[in-house]
Structures are given as C-alpha cells and as structure tokens.
Ligand binder design. Structure first.
Ligand code: M6R
Length: 618
C-alpha cells in the first residue's frame, strides 16, 4: 500500500511529483506529503487527507514547489494513525536525510528502543521514522556514504519496503531499495533525469524506459550516471534491465467519465477482446496459450489445481473452479491466499497452483506462491499488471491485458480473469479430449459474441439507475446465485459494500433457507440471478420463498423471461448465452447498480474509505 514518487533532473520537480501522487492515490489516500529541495534546503509539506489537501498547502508558498529534486508519498496507514505528523516524507534526526516508504518494518519497535537509547527522539509513531534514523545512525557510525549506510541498515531490518532516500549533503542523488513492495525507475535521455514511482504511471509522458527493481535490490540514482543496481544483502552488481513501457497516458486518464470505475465498467467489451485476442483461434479450433503449451505435461499430469487469490480475484477463482472441473474434469480447490499461506496446507509437486491477482502485488497471494513453490508445486500466475511481482515470481503465466484498473473496486479485472480462466478450462479440456474440436469452435464463437452482448447490456444504465434510486437507502442486502453464478452473487455483494458501505451478503441461493431467510422482511432487497440456464426452476422456487416473506426481489433474467417477471419487483434482462459464460454478463448490472447507489449516496467511488487498490501488506 502507499504510493511513492520522486524526480531528480533538469525540470521543475513539483508538477511531476504532485501529479504522480494523484495517479498513485489508488494505493492509499489517508494522508500525503511532498519534499522539495531548493536553495540548499529541504522544504517539507504534509497533511492528513487527500493529495488535493496537500496541494492547497503547497499552493500557498512558492518555496514549497520550487526545485529540480522532489519526493512525494500518498499513505495507507499501518503504523500510526493518519495525521499530519505520521504522514511521509520523514526527516532523520539531523534533518539531513528524508525518506518515503511503502511497506512495514516488522522489527521497528526493537530498532526504535535501540535508537532511543542512543539519544534519538521520535516525532511520529511510524516505523518509517525508525528506518530513516537507523540509516542516519549507521552512516554516522561507519562514516560511509548514503548508499552503503542504507544497505547496512537494511540488513538489520525485517519487513517489506520500497523506499527512496535523499541526503541533502549529497544533493545529486537519490537511493532506492525494494523488498516486497514495487518500485520503478524511469530513465531520462542520457541519464539527464530520473523518475521514481510505485508504478510507471507518474512518468509515462516523460519516458518509456523503466527499470523495475527486483526484491532485495537497491539502486543509486545519480544525475548524469548510468544507474547502478546492487543486491542489498551481498552488494553484488546486478544488470540494470531497462524495459520499454507500452502503457500510454490516455489509458490512465478518465476519458470523459465521472469516475474511473464507470470508465472501467464500460471498457469491459474491449478488455475481454484484448484478453482473448491471439489466444482463441475458432477457425482452427485451437486455443493458444504459451504458458500452458510450454508446460502441457505438467497440467495434464496434475492431480489437482489449487487456485489462490484474494477479494474479487478470489471470486473469479471460484468461477474458474466451476469452469475447470466442468470442462476439463481436473479437481480444483480455491483458497483465500491469506488462509492458505498460514494453515500448513498439503501441497505436492503433482499440484498446480494458479495465482490470480489484478495488481500482481497482493502480499498474501505472493506469499502463497512462495509457499507453493517451496513445496515443489508449479505456479501459474494470472495478472493484469505486466512485470508485477506475482508475474515475475510465477513459473509461467498469462496476462489479462485489461489495461490499467485505477478504481479501487475491481470490475474489468474480474471479467477478464474469468475470460482467461475460461480459455484455460477449454484448452485443458481439449488437450484431455473432454471437448471435441467442433464443440470448442462453437464455444469460442459464443465467447466472441460476449463483448457485443456486454455493450448492449451497458445500455440499460438508466433502468439500473431507477432501481438504484429505490434501494439506495437499504441497510442490508442479499445477493443470491447458483452454479456458475454463485461467485457472481459474492462479487455483487462485495461491490456494493466496498463503495456504498451498505451491508451486503452473497449466498448460494439454496443456502438461504439455512439461515439468511430469517433476515427477510419487507425492507430487505434481494438480488437474485435467475438466468434460464442452470437450475432455473430451483432458483424460481427460491424466489417464491422470498416473495412469501415479503422480501423485495430484483432479478437478473434472460431476455424474454416471463415466469420471474411475474413474481419479481424488478427484472434486468441479459442477452442469451451458454451457461458457463453467463457470469460475464450477470456481473455487469451488479457493477452498475453498486456504482449508481454509491454516487447517489455521495460516496467517493474511486477511493472508498479504508481501502487501497494494491494490498501489499498482509
Ligand atoms: O490485485 P489483486 O487482484 O490481488 O487484489 C485482490 C483484492 O484486494 C481486490 O480484488 C479487492 O477485493 C478489490 N477492491 C475488490 O473490488
């Protein structure tokens, strides 16, 4: 969590750093700060609240915005409540060093006590202030340069970090390091300028050349010099691998929509095409996925597939379980990464672990991968962010190619993950002889119709708004689905609670009578997926049970449905498709509904309270 950004070069650093912070606000937004170096002074501005609150402060005084060197931070609090003092950047005691940090220093308390015994006085409650003082103390004790002091200090640190440190006694360099949290360095022409950020979005309009540090690496960024990358623990030199970025500015802007979430909902038809493009070849009746083709024997000999993920990605994983078991007949288990990593699971070299993560940085998912690898399992990563930690840590994998997802509430990540899982299920099914070429071809042709069907579905927005207006003041909601659409019910409930703060639960429809039915009264809206495929009659019976208890029924049905229409209070129609693909359609009205309810309630849709886009702490 937290976003860090920095600049050193010939341009005004302020606009680069402050705009960079705005682009990184999805990582955390409870407080923010910026340091600018000018007139041989460090000018520090920081405050509780959003980057816009920080801007209100910096706008008052030119000195706070001047200079060609700057570092900024947008915070998601771990140690210490969100307030002005705990905001980053943090000074060392002498005032010479300044740090921005994303991550957690687990042994900060021991280090803090040690530093206090050496005369250090702390201003904040943060682990970060401990780290910057530790670096200062090492620098003093060893009489060394910043880079070496940082390296020695980090050898005493337990935890996770992406950090950038500036030393005003050597103002032509910034030193950065990474363990467990991402950091990218943008490289300007002839090393005349450098950009630092948690992801590449803050510097995309300035350079396409970027170095992503690996875990346990640090870099000394010195103006006019090629970047030196070292291993933190043994000081060996690492080749700085400069990658060409493919992202463009338009992709990370709102493009006329009021919110990123709405933009991303509307991007789904294209995102799904981008996910299957080049992989689905209906004419030839084949699915091409290098990560599977290159390891096909491992997949075909696997005794079991274990899917690990968190949040929305976990819901996509559940759809994956239904798909892979149904089509490829391979046993699948779906695990919360946070439980899996700590519960001493049985994992063998005959298992394949599929890790799903939009950001590719979720700490629990990353730890689950490391555990699986240590037990000899083969790990296949499904990520959206190219070059992310999970993508790099996996043995093989596939990107969803959904494009940047900025809204905290996942939308296109979910549908593209399901698209990819569908391809995996079908590919394995065809390799195992569970589906014939003609069947595969028909399925792929149906998949190719999905983007157009979503486009048609997105046109019902006005109807969804009417329903949102009726139920926006509900205190509790229930979401029900069966089969492939049970995970969609879970996802619908998650979408509502995370951006509108209305309590919502997702349930398999038939489980309702084992408890939640007691909640139903005339004030309870119940969102039911009742498409004409998959247990339709059973779901209709569940709807009748709700009706008899006066619950309000909002049903997602297939076009032309007449039976549910007679019972439900509202119906939303989705176009006809094969059962296994219905989640790609049924989820759309739920996304729109949550979005419009949150907007009507005046909530901050893209940055809901207490949340962050990348959960890089466990
Ligand atoms: O980046 P990841 O897919 O690993 O993130 C996992 C969850 O944190 C994420 O899906 C979260 O639940 C979303 N905010 C849900 O909309």
């Amino acid at each position: 969590m937290c976003g860090i950004t920095g600049y050193i070069g010939f341009r005004d650093a302020y606009p680069i750093v402050i705009n960079g912070l705005k682009r990184l606000e999805y990582r955390g937004y409870d407080s923010s700060g910026i340091m600018m170096y000018n007139d041989k002074q460090i000018h520090l501005s920081k405050t509780k609240g959003k980057v816009s609150d920080l801007e209100a402060i910096t706008n008052k005084e030119e000195g706070r915005r001047k200079g060609n060197i700057g570092m900024g931070h947008t915070r998601w609090a771990t140690h210490g409540v969100p307030n002005d003092v705990n905001s980053h950047p943090h000074f060392s005691q002498s005032g010479d060093l300044v740090i921005v940090h994303n991550g957690i220093i687990e042994n900060y308390d021991t280090l803090r006590k040690e530093l206090i015994s050496r005369g250090y006085v702390f201003q904040s409650d943060t682990d970060t202030e401990v780290l910057v003082n530790l670096i200062e103390e090492v620098k003093k004790q060893e009489g060394c340069k910043l880079g070496q002091a940082l390296q020695l200090a980090l050898n005493n640190v337990i935890g996770a970090y992406a950090i950038a440190v500036f030393d005003k006694t050597k103002p032509n360099e910034i030193v950065v390091a990474r363990l467990g949290s991402p950091i990218a360095i943008g490289v300007g022409k002839d090393n005349s300028e450098f950009f630092i950020a948690s992801d590449a979005s803050p510097f995309i309009e300035y350079t396409k050349d970027a170095i992503y540090l690996e875990d346990e690496e640090m870099a000394i960024i010195k103006l006019g010099k090629a970047i030196q990358v070292h291993k933190i623990h043994d000081d060996s030199i690492v080749d700085a691998n400069i990658q060409k970025l493919k992202m463009n500015l338009e992709q990370i802007e709102k493009g006329g929509y009021d919110h990123f979430m709405l933009k991303e909902i509307h991007e789904q038809p294209k995102a799904i095409i981008d996910t299957y493009r080049g992989r689905m070849l209906p004419d030839e009746g084949i699915i091409r996925m290098a990560g599977i083709d290159d390891n096909i024997n491992k997949f075909l000999n696997a005794e079991r597939i274990i899917i690990v993920a968190c949040g929305t990605s976990w819901h996509a994983g559940l759809v994956g379980e239904y798909l892979i078991e149904d089509k490829a007949r391979i046993p699948v288990e779906v695990e919360y990464a946070s439980e899996f990593r700590y519960r001493n699971p049985i994992i063998t070299p005959k298992d394949i672990v599929i890790a799903i993560s939009q950001s590719g940085e979720t700490a629990d998912t990353l730890a689950a991968i490391k555990l699986a690898k240590s037990k000899g399992a083969f790990v296949f990563g499904i990520c959206n962010v190219v070059g992310s930690s999970i993508a790099r840590e996996s043995d093989a994998g596939a990107y969803t190619h959904a494009g940047p997802e900025i809204g905290v509430a996942s939308t296109k990540a979910f549908t593209t993950q399901i698209t990819l899982l569908t391809l995996i299920a079908l590919k394995l099914a065809s390799k195992k002889g569970e589906v014939s070429k003609p069947e595969l071809r028909v399925f792929m042709q149906e998949m190719q119709l999905i983007p157009k069907k979503i486009e048609a579905l997105l046109k019902i927005e006005d109807k969804v708004k009417e329903i949102a207006a009726v139920y926006k003041d509900a205190k509790n909601c229930l979401y029900l689905g069966r089969g492939f659409n049970f995970p969609v019910a879970l996802e619908g409930a998650l979408k509502l609670k995370e951006i509108s703060y209305i309590h919502a639960e997702g349930y398999p429809a038939a489980e309702m009578k084992h408890g939640p039915i007691a909640l139903i009264d005339e004030n309870m809206p119940i969102f039911v997926i009742a498409t004409n495929k998959g247990h339709y009659e059973k779901v209709v019976s569940n709807i009748q049970e709700i009706k008899s208890r006066s619950g309000k029924i909002i049903a997602i049905v297939t076009e032309g449905d007449t039976q549910v229409k007679e019972i439900a209070d509202h119906v939303i129609e989705i176009p006809e498709t094969v059962e296994a693909l219905t989640p790609l359609l049924t989820t759309i009205p739920f996304q729109l509904l949550s979005y419009h309810i949150a907007v009507m309630l005046g909530k901050n849709v893209d940055q809901p309270r207490n949340l962050a886009k990348s959960v890089t702490v466990e």
